[in-house]
Design a protein around this ligand. Structure first.
Ligand code: AMP
Ligand code: MG
Length: 718
């Protein structure tokens, strides 16, 4: 990147499984990126190294000045996910409606089989139930029942709550969760139970956090509501401490504001946000936000995104400028009712370990990855199993002296030995043919996943652009996009930190939801519609109130608050909702309700385009919500003048051989940051960046457009 002399405004960090990426936005909208290995023992170390790396590409700012100048610092990562996966969270006690003590233990069938490979699903003998976050010994059932209309059917047996709290305290729990079956309609019993637990704590002279399901997520579906409550207590609480540590570090450096993080539905939130479990998959969400942002600027509204990193291949689709939200995702083998930008992930990345079955000769990829430590064999840091990265090196795709800008020196001889022993000798094939076969296999898996993502939505690939990013996205995109027929294939000079970039495009945004149950029969009269409209308006008013209180508490400028009310509706008798944004701030009357339902029906028709409308069934409103947004500064993607097709001579680094389709060819090698808008590079070529590598096989070429985006083209139809 060219050197810059201006004020930095936004710092985005994405601490991934392998690498920690930095993205710094300056006041004129320009930016720099940095990358360093993630340091799981103390993430602040990798974070600072990554920031230093970014700063080494500017001459204007030293670290102290950077943090003094910054307005926004935000941190996305996978710590919370890892806390869940490794079961290293808080020790909790659970107080739940009697008869539901095992809800957490048996979970849902869906989550128990989630993330299992196809062979493991077939052979149920290998199935292992996920271990529960709270052991049975720490769960107590309480007699109480509220009916579906919110009326008390059985009063709360207060002495049982008291006894439970005392027993759990003796078991040395570090926090309490309270979840009663119908608390989303009436939270009176949960509130009372909280008072009782608090009294027990006061008596014992200890302070422990208490989490109520009606506070964390006041919606129907007790299994998912319980998961949200327990995960908030179990994993979000320790992660919050960790984020505070990062915040302390940057405050010591002179940063003035609170640290922000990214919610799974794409907004920024202060790390003090009370429902931090909503940031469970913050990193990949950043990528979707970035793609949406770039797409809007350059006029690409249908985009398939693909992030190929060291450990996984993440894909998502943006249709008509919108990223679809999944209301009930399965994350880390938990079913949540946590609105999450819909993403799919396959466990195949550039660090994926390659296995060959010695008897059948079948090649299998992963799902294990060598990560950053010990890493692939060619890192020479103790890794012994051959990976995709080792194959990439042998085939000439990676420059051994340019990995992380030369900070990691790759060893081709070690890669060669490992690939020969573990792969090609077993297959009885030529070492380079075998290595290429393995790489093409990874690309085929990625390609099939892309095809599925698009066709599952009923759209044609030719209506979409493909964006490729992640450190290894540009390296394999020619292979994995081959023959799919996208409108265009795009990648970026900042591909290696694209998710961190995406995080910096986010606005402050929170989403609030509440379940209720309002029927609008097909023949409803105006009086009934007025009643429903009033109930909806009242719920929206309450949600708006909470939203502005939260934003104010986070120190935001409330005068810029934008509130978007929405509703989740279904035709009566259906099992799932479709979400629609209200066409007006409040419904006011029967006509307002009719307009909302009309908008909902067009949305329904748009999604299920082969399915007819069915208003005769009547409608049910099951959930209402409020999106609260306050804008913030963003990186600028600006149009630049197009220069000639011929790159500057200084952009040329030399030549090296690459292996493609069974033969070696002499590829030209280029410095990615020295290429300018309008320049064209014809394959076979390798375009190098300190943190990523763009491979152009023979019969491919790329043009850098006026937005500084690479377009990949194949010269002949594959
Ligand atoms: P990520 O997990 O997104 O940081 O991607 C890491 C992957 O990027 C590595 O496994 C490499 O295969 C790929 N890569 C390509 N070029 C480079 C480079 N110059 N430095 C580091 N990683 C690179
Ligand atoms: Mg990554």
């Amino acid at each position: 990147m060219t050197t810059v002399a201006k004020q930095p405004l936004v710092l985005g960090i994405d601490a991934g499984g392998t690498m920690t990426d930095t993205f710094i936005v300056f006041n004129d909208g320009t930016f720099v990126i940095g990358k360093a290995a993630t340091t799981p023992h103390d993430e602040a170390v990798g974070f600072m190294e990554s920031v230093e790396d970014a700063l080494s590409y500017t001459d204007a700012t030293d670290r102290a000045q950077l943090f003094k100048d910054l307005e926004v610092a935000l941190y996305a990562g996978t710590t919370m996910l890892n806390t869940l996966l490794s079961r290293t969270g808080q020790r909790l006690g659970l107080i739940i409606t009697k008869g539901f003590e095992d809800t957490l233990l048996h979970g849902r069938g869906m989550q128990s089989w989630a993330e299992y490979s196809y062979p493991d699903r077939l052979h149920a003998a290998t199935h292992v139930h996920p271990s529960p976050l709270i052991p049975k010994a720490c769960i107590r059932g309480i007699t109480e029942r509220i009916d579906q209309f919110g009326k008390i059917a059985i009063p709360l047996y207060e002495h049982e709550v008291e006894a439970a709290a005392q027993e759990l305290l003796q078991q040395k729990v570090e926090g309490f969760c309270i979840c009663f079956l119908m608390s989303y309609v009436n939270n009176q019993h949960e509130l009372r139970a909280q008072e009782i637990v608090q009294a027990v704590l006061d008596q014992a002279g200890t302070q422990l956090p208490i989490f109520l399901s009606s506070t964390v997520r006041p919606v129907m579906r007790e299994g998912s509501r319980l998961n949200s409550t327990v995960v908030e207590a179990y994993a979000a609480a320790p992660v919050r401490r960790h984020l505070h540590k990062i915040e302390d570090v940057i405050h010591e450096q002179g940063f003035r504001n609170p640290l922000q993080t990214i919610l799974s539905y794409g907004g920024l939130a202060n790390i003090r946000y009370p429902r931090l479990h909503e940031t469970l998959i913050s990193g990949p969400v950043g990528g979707m936000l970035g793609a949406q942002y770039v797409g809007e600027i350059i006029g690409a509204t249908n985009v398939v995104v693909s992030d190929l990193g060291g450990t996984s291949f993440d894909i998502g689709a943006i249709t008509s400028g919108r990223a679809p939200i999944n209301g009930e995702p399965t994350l880390a083998r938990f079913k949540f009712n946590l609105p999450t930008i819909d993403l799919e992930s396959i466990g195949a990345g550039a660090g994926t370990i390659v296995k060959v079955d010695p008897h059948t000769g079948k090649v299998e990829l992963g799902p294990e990855s060598a990560g950053s430590s010990p890493g692939p064999v060619c890192f020479d840091m103790g890794g012994t199993r051959a990976t995709i990265c080792d194959c990439d090196l042998l085939l000439g795709y990676l420059n051994p002296d340019n990995f992380l800008g030369g900070k990691v020196r790759l060893k081709p001889d070690l890669a060669l030995e490992a690939v020969r022993e573990q792969i090609t000798d077993l297959l009885g094939v030529d070492i380079y043919d075998g290595a290429e076969g393995v790489v093409r296999l990874l690309e085929t898996e990625a390609r099939e996943a892309l095809r599925r993502t698009v066709s599952a939505r009923g759209f044609d690939v030719s209506e979409y652009y493909l964006m490729a990013y992640g450190g290894a996205g540009p390296l394999h995109v020619a292979g994995y996009s081959r023959g799919l027929g996208f409108t265009g294939v795009l990648t970026f000079p900042y591909a290696a930190a694209f998710s961190a970039f995406g995080c910096t495009t986010a606005d402050y945004m929170h989403r609030y939801e509440r379940s209720l149950h309002l029927d609008v029969p097909a023949d409803a009269d105006d009086a009934h519609k007025e009643q429903v409209a009033a109930a909806i308006d009242q719920a929206w008013n309450e949600l708006a109130q909470t939203a502005s209180e939260d934003m104010e508490q986070e120190g935001r400028d409330i005068s810029r608050l934008r509130l978007v009310p929405f509703a989740m509706i279904r035709y009566a008798g259906q099992l799932t909702d479709v979400e629609v944004v209200s066409p007006q701030p409040r419904l006011e009357n029967a006509r307002g309700l009719e307009r909302l339902l009309a908008d909902w029906e067009s949305e329904y028709e748009r999604i299920n385009r082969r399915v007819s409308r069915y208003a005769q069934a009547g409608f049910t409103v099951f959930e209402l919500g409020m999106l609260a947004m306050i804008p913030k500064v963003k990186p600028q993607i600006t149009r630049q003048p197009l220069l000639g097709r011929e790159p500057a001579r200084t952009a040329r680094r030399g030549e090296r051989r690459i292996y493609w389709e069974g033969r070696w060819s002499e590829a030209s090698v280029w410095d990615m940051e020295a290429l300018l808008p309008g320049n064209e590079v014809v394959g076979p070529a390798v375009i190098e960046h300190p943190a990523t590598t763009f491979l152009l096989p023979p019969d491919h070429y790329t043009v850098l457009d006026e937005w500084n985006i690479f377009h990949l083209h194949a010269t002949e139809a594959h």
